[in-house]
Write a protein that binds this ligand. Structure first.
Ligand code: DGP
Length: 113
């Protein structure tokens, strides 16, 4: 999608600090980190949010999930980490391209909402 911020990051039209990349996904550092380690993992396919994920995305979603432990290990998040995806207005999603926040590097609060 030409007007999508994260598609522009995928296409390298906007720079980012890439942590992991393959044919299907990209992981890069969040511009406004909420924890010492704050990475965004996104599919290269433009999917607006978790609400639009469908059956044909099943293997892509599995691919993304299996990259999370790999990224966590690379970032030495040995004490644990949190994975969050915000979806839609009530979910406080600001960028309309599916993304998973990977947060760690400190003991996070138990607050979830
Ligand atoms: P959300 O609120 O769940 O839609 O999260 C969007 C995240 O994207 C937010 O934590 C900040 C991050 N972000 C927004 N613009 C940029 C950018 O241009 N570069 C990077 N690296 N992160 C961005």
């Amino acid at each position: 999608m030409s007007d999508c911020l994260f598609c522009k990051i995928i296409n390298k039209e906007i720079p980012s600090l890439v942590v992991y990349e393959d044919d299907l996904c990209l992981a890069f550092r969040d511009i406004a980190p909420q924890a010492p380690c704050h990475i965004l993992l996104i599919p290269k396919k433009h999917i607006p949010s978790m609400a639009e994920v469908c059956d044909e995305d099943a293997s892509l979603m599995a691919h993304l999930m299996t990259k999370i432990p790999l990224i966590a290990a690379k970032e030495a998040l040995t004490g644990g980490f949190r994975v969050v995806t915000n979806s839609g207005e009530d979910g406080a999603q600001s960028v309309k391209h599916l993304h998973f926040h990977i947060l760690g590097g400190k003991a996070l609060s138990g607050q979830m909402g």
